[in-house]
Design a protein. Sequence first.
Length: 46
Amino acid sequence: MVKEDVASGRYASVDEYIAEVVELLHEREQWRGESLQEQRDGLETA
């Protein structure tokens, strides 16, 4: 999949692809943490 995406021109290199993946994973984890905290806050006020 990585080789196909790089070959298609979507990414300049495997390194660029991996950097994008890592950034997206960090964003997802941050979102999950924020979402979980919002749920906890909602339970505390209920």
